[in-house]
Unconditional design. Sequence first.
Length: 212
Amino acid sequence: MGRLYDATWGRAFSALYDRMLKGTEDAGMRDRRREVLSQARGRTIDIGAGTGANLGLFPEGLDSLVMAEPDPHMTKRLRQKLAERGADVELVEAGAEKLPFDDDSFDTAVFTLVLCTVPDPRAALAEAARILKPGGRLLFVEHVRGDESLARWQDRLERPWKFFADGCRCNRDTVANIEAAGLTVDEVEHGELPKSPPLVRPLVWGRATLSA
């Protein structure tokens, strides 16, 4: 019954995802994505691309753009958007922890509201580091663990929130995980995810680099 529920809710969650995030995107999250993604260069991969919230926000002149997404329900919607826009994007159905690409094959890797959901964020970040060229960029916009008082509630409510939000964990220290993957955090800013519940409101964004 649990697996049936997961499959059913996953399908429903994917169908509702864009509508659920519309207020957040319109209130500033889309602009935040565009600001961070403006730093993408060369061959770029959007890891955990979901339904394609980053479509149209990357700068012109990239060598190529790959979008990787493992969820079949998200992928279906992403594929439809790519077809509607005629976007020159390679879509790969693959999870963040095991990407089907050679070492040192990308100039830029992107995570936006993804590292909360992947089962093993450190493995995902290590995989991003593997496929990045020396000196390559990791761009990120992620909701994260809050201050001490909020973090207590995030820890208490992690399981029900994960159940409701289709695998999202609200209490991850993403900047520490990026550093643990051997990447150097060059820039990081803190703010809030607009029009979102307090559990997922703390937001970080910035850039990390793989040592040359």
